[in-house]
Design a protein around this ligand. Sequence first.
Ligand code: HEC
Length: 187
Amino acid sequence: MAHPFIDQSAAHDFLKAAKISILGYPNLKPSYPNEWRAFMKLQKVVLSAAALLMVSGSAFAQFQNAEKAVDYRESVFTVMGTHFARIGAVVKGDVPYNKDEVAKNAAIVSMMSTLPWQAFGPGTEGGKAKPEIWSDNAKFKAAADKMQLAVADLNKAAQSGDLENIKKTFGAAGQSCKGCHDDFRKK
Ligand code: HEC
């Protein structure tokens, strides 16, 4: 019998995270060929480990109980929200634009955006999560996917250092947060 707190899609999320992190470092290759090679090697090890987990169907992430799952996802959202807001301050003009800072914050948001979902497994109701997450799970998953794509776009813009595009993609990402919060998060 499947353990209720084991989410086997976590390995899939991890693969997605690895892919996003590759997209996030397009400038590594020409400027730092040695680092790039080491990075690609590491990437290969990580990918094959994740693939093995998917094939064997064994658990990647486990939570002892619902409370631990709620803690985990709220922590991830808090870190993600903190770094997202730092980009927001630049977009609003409250903080001067610094390419490296925004690129770092966007990479963190991008990595974090892949993590909360493994902590919404069956039987993990609690926190500010609405019951519709479980009763209308396909819609919730679609909203999660939409946000991850929007954040990946933001990360690409941030790594390339195009402020106009950062503003545009930040707006779209923010909409994707709000859309899910309106439907699936208690006030
Ligand atoms: C697919 C749905 C979904 C998307 C997309 C989403 N969130 Fe959330 N978020 C939630 C839910 C559900 C909670 C409540 C979790 C809980 O309390 O268990 C939450 C909680 C939070 C919290 C509060 C954490 C706490 O400690 O209570 C922050 C901050 C947050 N989200 C930020 C964001 C940001 C920033 C984005 C977009 C970049 C985002 N979220 C996108 C569903 C989503």
